[in-house]
Design a binder for this molecule. Sequence first.
Ligand code: SAH
Length: 272
Amino acid sequence: MQNILSVLSQHEPLQHAACTQPVTAGEVWLVGAGPGDVELLTIKALRAISCADVVVFDRLVSAPVMALIPETALQIDAGKSTRHHTLDQGEINQLLVDMARLGHKVVRLKGGDPFIFGRGGEEMQHCQQAGIICHVVPGITAAVGCAAASGIPLTHRDIAQSVRFVTGHTRQGEPDIYWQGLAETKQTLVFYMGLTHNATLSQKLIHHGLAASTPVAIIERGTQPTQRVLIGTLSTLAMLAERHAVASPALLIIGHVVGLHSSMQNHIQQAG
Ligand code: SAH
Protein backbone atom coordinates (compact mmCIF):
# COMPACT_ATOMS: atom_id res chain seq x y z
CA MET A 1 0.00 0.00 0.00
CA GLN A 2 2.83 2.35 0.81
CA ASN A 3 4.10 1.87 -2.74
CA ILE A 4 0.78 2.87 -4.22
CA LEU A 5 0.73 5.96 -2.05
CA SER A 6 4.23 7.03 -2.99
CA VAL A 7 3.49 6.56 -6.69
CA LEU A 8 0.27 8.52 -6.40
CA SER A 9 1.87 11.36 -4.49
CA GLN A 10 4.01 12.08 -7.55
CA HIS A 11 0.88 12.96 -9.49
CA GLU A 12 0.19 16.65 -9.23
CA PRO A 13 -3.63 16.55 -9.45
CA LEU A 14 -3.89 14.13 -6.53
CA GLN A 15 -1.45 15.87 -4.25
CA HIS A 16 -4.01 17.91 -2.39
CA ALA A 17 -6.08 14.83 -1.58
CA ALA A 18 -4.79 14.09 1.88
CA CYS A 19 -1.62 14.02 3.96
CA THR A 20 0.73 15.45 1.37
CA GLN A 21 -0.26 18.72 3.03
CA PRO A 22 0.20 18.92 6.78
CA VAL A 23 -2.99 19.58 8.67
CA THR A 24 -2.49 22.62 10.86
CA ALA A 25 -5.97 22.75 12.37
CA GLY A 26 -7.99 19.65 13.10
CA GLU A 27 -10.29 18.37 10.39
CA VAL A 28 -12.87 15.65 10.02
CA TRP A 29 -12.97 13.29 7.03
CA LEU A 30 -16.14 11.26 6.55
CA VAL A 31 -14.76 8.32 4.61
CA GLY A 32 -16.71 5.58 2.85
CA ALA A 33 -15.05 2.21 3.43
CA GLY A 34 -17.14 0.39 0.81
CA PRO A 35 -18.97 -2.92 1.30
CA GLY A 36 -16.01 -5.00 2.47
CA ASP A 37 -13.71 -5.95 -0.38
CA VAL A 38 -10.63 -3.85 0.34
CA GLU A 39 -9.99 -3.35 -3.38
CA LEU A 40 -13.23 -1.41 -3.63
CA LEU A 41 -11.80 1.36 -1.48
CA THR A 42 -11.16 4.61 -3.36
CA ILE A 43 -7.64 5.98 -3.62
CA LYS A 44 -8.79 9.06 -1.78
CA ALA A 45 -10.16 6.93 1.07
CA LEU A 46 -6.90 5.00 1.26
CA ARG A 47 -4.99 8.24 1.55
CA ALA A 48 -7.24 9.68 4.20
CA ILE A 49 -6.97 6.49 6.28
CA SER A 50 -3.19 6.37 5.86
CA CYS A 51 -2.84 9.90 7.24
CA ALA A 52 -5.31 9.68 10.12
CA ASP A 53 -4.45 10.55 13.72
CA VAL A 54 -7.79 9.24 14.96
CA VAL A 55 -10.14 6.76 13.28
CA VAL A 56 -13.71 6.45 14.53
CA PHE A 57 -15.08 3.33 12.85
CA ASP A 58 -18.32 1.38 12.75
CA ARG A 59 -19.02 -2.35 12.75
CA LEU A 60 -19.54 -2.55 8.98
CA VAL A 61 -15.93 -1.73 8.18
CA SER A 62 -14.24 -4.97 7.10
CA ALA A 63 -11.10 -6.39 8.71
CA PRO A 64 -8.94 -5.89 5.57
CA VAL A 65 -9.89 -2.19 5.50
CA MET A 66 -9.23 -1.86 9.23
CA ALA A 67 -5.78 -3.34 8.62
CA LEU A 68 -4.89 -0.24 6.58
CA ILE A 69 -5.18 2.05 9.61
CA PRO A 70 -1.70 3.14 10.70
CA GLU A 71 -0.50 1.73 14.01
CA THR A 72 0.04 5.27 15.25
CA ALA A 73 -3.63 6.18 14.87
CA LEU A 74 -6.01 6.04 17.81
CA GLN A 75 -8.89 3.69 16.91
CA ILE A 76 -12.30 4.29 18.45
CA ASP A 77 -15.14 1.78 17.95
CA ALA A 78 -18.41 3.63 17.47
CA GLY A 79 -20.12 0.21 17.36
CA LYS A 80 -23.19 1.08 15.39
CA SER A 81 -25.80 -1.61 15.54
CA THR A 82 -29.58 -1.22 15.80
CA ARG A 83 -29.78 -3.00 19.14
CA HIS A 84 -26.44 -2.16 20.68
CA HIS A 85 -24.81 1.25 20.59
CA THR A 86 -21.32 1.62 21.93
CA LEU A 87 -21.71 5.37 21.43
CA ASP A 88 -24.97 7.08 20.55
CA GLN A 89 -25.13 9.40 17.56
CA GLY A 90 -24.89 12.56 19.69
CA GLU A 91 -21.77 11.22 21.38
CA ILE A 92 -20.19 10.34 18.04
CA ASN A 93 -20.92 13.82 16.66
CA GLN A 94 -19.35 15.42 19.71
CA LEU A 95 -16.36 13.06 19.66
CA LEU A 96 -15.53 14.06 16.08
CA VAL A 97 -15.65 17.73 16.97
CA ASP A 98 -13.67 17.32 20.21
CA MET A 99 -10.92 15.31 18.48
CA ALA A 100 -10.66 17.84 15.65
CA ARG A 101 -10.47 20.69 18.19
CA LEU A 102 -7.45 18.96 19.67
CA GLY A 103 -5.82 19.45 16.26
CA HIS A 104 -6.19 15.87 15.02
CA LYS A 105 -6.95 14.65 11.57
CA VAL A 106 -10.05 12.60 12.35
CA VAL A 107 -11.29 9.95 9.94
CA ARG A 108 -14.85 8.82 10.48
CA LEU A 109 -14.73 5.47 8.70
CA LYS A 110 -18.12 4.12 7.68
CA GLY A 111 -19.25 1.07 5.76
CA GLY A 112 -20.34 1.72 2.18
CA ASP A 113 -20.96 5.39 1.47
CA PRO A 114 -21.24 7.94 4.29
CA PHE A 115 -24.31 9.60 2.74
CA ILE A 116 -26.35 6.45 2.05
CA PHE A 117 -28.10 5.43 5.27
CA GLY A 118 -24.87 6.22 7.07
CA ARG A 119 -25.85 9.28 9.12
CA GLY A 120 -23.00 11.10 7.42
CA GLY A 121 -25.30 14.07 6.88
CA GLU A 122 -25.87 14.45 10.62
CA GLU A 123 -22.17 14.23 11.37
CA MET A 124 -21.31 16.74 8.66
CA GLN A 125 -23.93 19.20 9.93
CA HIS A 126 -22.64 18.88 13.48
CA CYS A 127 -19.05 19.57 12.36
CA GLN A 128 -20.14 22.54 10.27
CA GLN A 129 -22.13 24.03 13.13
CA ALA A 130 -19.05 23.69 15.34
CA GLY A 131 -16.89 25.41 12.70
CA ILE A 132 -14.86 22.27 11.92
CA ILE A 133 -13.86 21.59 8.33
CA CYS A 134 -15.51 18.39 7.20
CA HIS A 135 -14.51 16.56 4.00
CA VAL A 136 -16.54 13.74 2.51
CA VAL A 137 -14.97 10.83 0.64
CA PRO A 138 -17.61 8.70 -1.09
CA GLY A 139 -17.57 4.94 -0.92
CA ILE A 140 -19.13 2.15 -2.93
CA THR A 141 -22.50 1.67 -1.32
CA ALA A 142 -23.73 -1.84 -0.46
CA ALA A 143 -26.34 -1.83 -3.25
CA VAL A 144 -23.75 -1.22 -5.92
CA GLY A 145 -21.14 -3.57 -4.43
CA CYS A 146 -23.61 -6.40 -3.81
CA ALA A 147 -25.17 -6.04 -7.26
CA ALA A 148 -21.79 -6.32 -8.94
CA ALA A 149 -20.69 -9.20 -6.75
CA SER A 150 -23.81 -11.21 -7.53
CA GLY A 151 -24.11 -10.32 -11.20
CA ILE A 152 -27.44 -8.51 -10.80
CA PRO A 153 -27.68 -5.31 -12.85
CA LEU A 154 -29.70 -2.76 -10.87
CA THR A 155 -31.14 -1.24 -14.02
CA HIS A 156 -31.77 -2.70 -17.42
CA ARG A 157 -33.34 -0.95 -20.38
CA ASP A 158 -36.07 -3.55 -20.84
CA ILE A 159 -36.70 -4.51 -17.23
CA ALA A 160 -35.98 -1.72 -14.74
CA GLN A 161 -35.82 1.96 -15.60
CA SER A 162 -35.24 3.13 -12.06
CA VAL A 163 -33.77 1.85 -8.83
CA ARG A 164 -34.87 2.80 -5.32
CA PHE A 165 -32.67 2.56 -2.24
CA VAL A 166 -34.99 2.10 0.73
CA THR A 167 -34.39 1.57 4.42
CA GLY A 168 -36.20 -1.35 6.00
CA HIS A 169 -35.65 0.10 9.45
CA THR A 170 -36.39 3.51 10.89
CA ARG A 171 -35.80 5.27 14.17
CA GLN A 172 -39.17 3.91 15.31
CA GLY A 173 -38.48 0.35 14.13
CA GLU A 174 -40.84 -0.82 11.38
CA PRO A 175 -40.48 1.14 8.15
CA ASP A 176 -42.99 3.92 7.56
CA ILE A 177 -43.09 3.77 3.79
CA TYR A 178 -45.37 4.88 0.97
CA TRP A 179 -45.82 1.30 -0.26
CA GLN A 180 -47.91 2.19 -3.27
CA GLY A 181 -44.97 4.07 -4.80
CA LEU A 182 -42.66 1.10 -4.28
CA ALA A 183 -44.97 -1.52 -5.68
CA GLU A 184 -44.45 -0.49 -9.27
CA THR A 185 -43.23 -2.58 -12.13
CA LYS A 186 -40.10 -1.80 -14.14
CA GLN A 187 -38.14 -0.65 -11.13
CA THR A 188 -35.66 -2.31 -8.81
CA LEU A 189 -35.99 -2.02 -5.05
CA VAL A 190 -32.97 -2.33 -2.82
CA PHE A 191 -33.70 -2.63 0.88
CA TYR A 192 -30.94 -1.79 3.33
CA MET A 193 -31.50 -3.04 6.89
CA GLY A 194 -34.42 -5.05 5.56
CA LEU A 195 -33.67 -8.37 7.21
CA THR A 196 -35.51 -7.89 10.51
CA HIS A 197 -38.78 -6.84 8.91
CA ASN A 198 -38.45 -8.90 5.71
CA ALA A 199 -41.81 -10.64 6.22
CA THR A 200 -43.60 -7.29 6.58
CA LEU A 201 -41.78 -5.88 3.54
CA SER A 202 -42.84 -8.72 1.27
CA GLN A 203 -46.43 -8.77 2.59
CA LYS A 204 -46.84 -5.01 2.07
CA LEU A 205 -45.38 -5.10 -1.44
CA ILE A 206 -47.65 -7.99 -2.46
CA HIS A 207 -50.64 -6.26 -0.84
CA HIS A 208 -49.93 -3.10 -2.85
CA GLY A 209 -49.74 -4.92 -6.16
CA LEU A 210 -46.31 -6.50 -6.75
CA ALA A 211 -46.60 -10.09 -7.96
CA ALA A 212 -45.80 -12.69 -5.31
CA SER A 213 -43.55 -14.28 -7.94
CA THR A 214 -41.33 -11.17 -8.22
CA PRO A 215 -37.70 -12.36 -7.93
CA VAL A 216 -35.77 -11.46 -4.79
CA ALA A 217 -32.09 -11.80 -3.91
CA ILE A 218 -30.73 -11.78 -0.39
CA ILE A 219 -27.05 -10.89 -0.38
CA GLU A 220 -25.27 -11.52 2.88
CA ARG A 221 -21.80 -10.01 3.47
CA GLY A 222 -21.67 -8.88 -0.15
CA THR A 223 -18.20 -8.58 -1.79
CA GLN A 224 -16.58 -10.40 1.14
CA PRO A 225 -15.01 -13.89 0.95
CA THR A 226 -17.95 -15.38 2.88
CA GLN A 227 -20.61 -13.75 0.70
CA ARG A 228 -23.86 -15.71 0.24
CA VAL A 229 -26.48 -14.98 -2.39
CA LEU A 230 -29.90 -16.55 -2.03
CA ILE A 231 -32.44 -16.28 -4.80
CA GLY A 232 -36.18 -16.63 -4.28
CA THR A 233 -39.39 -14.68 -4.74
CA LEU A 234 -41.37 -12.18 -2.69
CA SER A 235 -43.59 -14.96 -1.39
CA THR A 236 -40.63 -17.12 -0.32
CA LEU A 237 -38.46 -14.32 1.11
CA ALA A 238 -39.23 -14.89 4.80
CA MET A 239 -38.83 -18.66 4.50
CA LEU A 240 -35.56 -18.24 2.62
CA ALA A 241 -34.08 -15.89 5.22
CA GLU A 242 -35.11 -18.17 8.05
CA ARG A 243 -34.11 -21.47 6.47
CA HIS A 244 -30.63 -20.19 5.64
CA ALA A 245 -30.28 -18.30 8.93
CA VAL A 246 -29.29 -15.13 7.10
CA ALA A 247 -27.42 -12.72 9.33
CA SER A 248 -26.59 -9.02 9.13
CA PRO A 249 -25.28 -7.35 7.05
CA ALA A 250 -27.64 -8.42 4.33
CA LEU A 251 -29.24 -6.57 1.47
CA LEU A 252 -32.47 -7.35 -0.38
CA ILE A 253 -32.75 -6.75 -4.12
CA ILE A 254 -36.30 -7.05 -5.44
CA GLY A 255 -37.30 -6.94 -9.09
CA HIS A 256 -37.02 -8.75 -12.39
CA VAL A 257 -33.34 -7.82 -12.78
CA VAL A 258 -32.67 -10.49 -10.15
CA GLY A 259 -33.53 -13.04 -12.83
CA LEU A 260 -30.41 -11.94 -14.72
CA HIS A 261 -28.03 -12.90 -11.90
CA SER A 262 -24.89 -14.68 -12.97
CA SER A 263 -25.94 -18.30 -12.89
CA MET A 264 -22.30 -19.22 -13.49
CA GLN A 265 -21.43 -18.20 -9.95
CA ASN A 266 -21.50 -21.40 -7.96
CA HIS A 267 -21.83 -19.68 -4.58
CA ILE A 268 -25.35 -18.65 -5.52
CA GLN A 269 -27.89 -20.97 -3.96
CA GLN A 270 -31.19 -21.36 -5.76
CA ALA A 271 -34.25 -21.64 -3.62
CA GLY A 272 -37.93 -21.82 -4.47
N1 SAH B 1 -23.66 3.37 4.43
C1 SAH B 1 -23.85 1.97 4.11
C2 SAH B 1 -25.18 1.46 4.60
C3 SAH B 1 -25.35 1.47 6.10
S1 SAH B 1 -26.89 0.80 6.59
C4 SAH B 1 -23.69 1.79 2.60
O1 SAH B 1 -23.65 2.78 1.86
O2 SAH B 1 -23.60 0.65 2.17
C5 SAH B 1 -26.42 -0.86 6.97
C6 SAH B 1 -27.04 -1.83 5.98
O3 SAH B 1 -26.31 -1.82 4.76
C7 SAH B 1 -26.99 -3.28 6.41
O4 SAH B 1 -28.05 -3.58 7.32
C8 SAH B 1 -27.16 -4.00 5.10
O5 SAH B 1 -28.50 -3.98 4.68
C9 SAH B 1 -26.36 -3.09 4.17
N2 SAH B 1 -24.99 -3.58 3.96
C10 SAH B 1 -23.85 -2.93 4.23
N3 SAH B 1 -22.77 -3.64 3.85
C11 SAH B 1 -23.25 -4.78 3.33
C12 SAH B 1 -22.64 -5.93 2.76
N4 SAH B 1 -21.31 -6.05 2.66
N5 SAH B 1 -23.45 -6.93 2.32
C13 SAH B 1 -24.79 -6.83 2.41
N6 SAH B 1 -25.43 -5.76 2.93
C14 SAH B 1 -24.66 -4.76 3.39
